[in-house]
Design a protein around this ligand. Structure first.
Ligand SMILES: NC(=O)c1ccc[n+]([C@@H]2O[C@H](COP(=O)([O-])OP(=O)(O)OC[C@H]3O[C@@H](n4cnc5c(N)ncnc54)[C@H](OP(=O)(O)O)[C@@H]3O)[C@@H](O)[C@H]2O)c1
Length: 289
């Protein structure tokens, strides 16, 4: 694909989306930036403009279908984006018994429904031009599971499936759809989870898992180091530059874990047993009233 001129980035107010906007700005593109926090979007847009690119700020709560469709009409009235990055996402931190209907619905509304609506809105214009690239920021949680965020794990599996289905409908065209499955990226994501910070349960769980592994004579769970938002943003740009792309696993070992989830889930669960038990203890400790 030639260098794309226009990008729609959802969740551009912080973390990966903001890092991507700043990175793409150096190519002098036109960027549509959306998320809820207008002040944060303005700050990213100022950086984008300082780098010589054009930025259009479109504050929107993507859990609202009507507002999402209006935001897409605004984008398409200006241009057909070359790249749509489905990046906005939020997790949760609840056991399944503690997950309310509202949490479940909200997690799906953002991580799945918005991706569907934005894609559906952009497709006719992309098809007319016969070019474009959708990039879905799924997660390793869209391929395997971790405890205490079942709504998020289910939503990321759903959005992985949605994007895979999209690819089948785009077969034979010059429009691509890529699935990216990061593990930990150093953003505020793990603190902003619905129901409390899942980052605390992970951190405490990892600490406890060391004792559990030692007591049971088990190897430590195969966790991968965190990656910076900037490094992950570069991986997104590289994925777009590649054009047609198989699923992208940016963190060492995670593709093997995803494969094991298909070929031998018992082995995957066994490998992560000390972490799962550590997180169970951490969740109990954190939710003792
Ligand atoms: N960080 C990780 O370890 C990690 C790992 C795997 C996958 N991911 C995925 O990477 C993506 C980006 O996350 P991040 O790490 O950059 O975290 P982040 O800094 O918390 O970014 C999340 C973005 O989503 C936006 N958002 C949240 N709720 C929204 C809503 N209702 N409407 C519109 N936008 C909304 C936020 O903006 P506002 O709050 O301003 O609306 C923010 O811009 C997410 O899909 C996440 O699931 C992250």
């Amino acid at each position: 694909m030639t260098t794309p001129n226009s990008w729609l980035i959802t969740g551009a107010s912080s973390g990966i989306g903001a890092a991507l906007a700043r990175s793409v700005a150096r190519q002098g593109a036109l960027l549509f930036l959306t998320a809820r926090r207008a002040d944060q979007l303005d700050s990213v847009a100022n950086d984008v403009r300082s780098a010589g690119a054009e930025a259009v700020v479109l504050p929107c709560d993507l859990t609202n279908a009507h507002d999402t469709e209006a935001m897409m009409r605004d984008v398409l009235a200006r241009t057909t984006p070359d790249v749509v990055v489905h990046n906005a996402g939020r997790g949760n931190c609840n056991s399944i018994e503690d997950t309310s209907d509202a949490t479940w619905d909200d997690i799906f509304a953002l991580n799945v429904d918005a991706v569907f609506r934005i894609t559906r809105a952009a497709l006719p214009a992309m098809r007319q031009r016969n070019s474009g690239h959708f990039v879905t920021i799924s997660s390793v949680a869209g391929r395997m599971a971790f405890p205490f965020n079942a709504a998020y794990v289910a939503a990321k599996h759903a959005v992985t499936g949605f994007t895979a289905a999209l690819r089948t409908e785009l077969a034979g065209t010059n429009i691509y759809a890529s699935i990216m499955c990061p593990a930990g990226v150093t953003t505020n994501w793990a603190n902003a989870t619905d129901g409390g910070p899942i980052g605390t349960i992970f951190a405490d769980g990892i600490r406890l898992s060391r004792t559990i592994a030692k007591e049971r004579g088990l190897p430590l769970a195969p966790l991968t180091p965190m990656m910076s938002a900037e490094a992950f943003a570069h991986a997104i740009v590289a994925t777009v530059e590649r054009g047609r792309s198989s699923d992208v696993f940016t963190h060492a070992g995670t593709m093997d874990h995803a494969a094991l989830a298909v070929t031998d889930r018992n082995a995957l669960d066994d490998a992560f047993l000390p972490l799962h038990l550590g997180m169970q203890q951490a969740y109990r400790d954190n939710h003792r009233s």
